[in-house]
Design a binder for this molecule. Structure first.
Ligand code: FES
Length: 63
């Protein structure tokens, strides 16, 4: 259970649990997840976290 501590978006310090929560509330695209969580709006412009969000989203949606 590293979801709370594993940061998906380093710039904004958004943990994996937040991404999962957004997905469970209906965010089904990377854009929606980013909008709901604020991930992707940090200094790197989402360059570091967008691929991770994409991967996580696919995993969550295919559960
Ligand atoms: S790591 Fe997410 S915006 Fe930079």
């Amino acid at each position: 259970m590293l979801d709370k501590h594993t940061k998906v978006c380093l710039c904004k310090a958004i943990p994996r649990i937040k991404i999962k929560e957004a997905v469970s509330r209906g965010a089904d695209t990377v854009e929606k997840v980013q909008k709901a969580t604020g991930a992707g709006s940090g200094g790197c412009g989402g360059r570091r976290c967008t691929p991770k969000i994409q991967e996580l989203l696919e995993k969550e949606l295919n559960k």
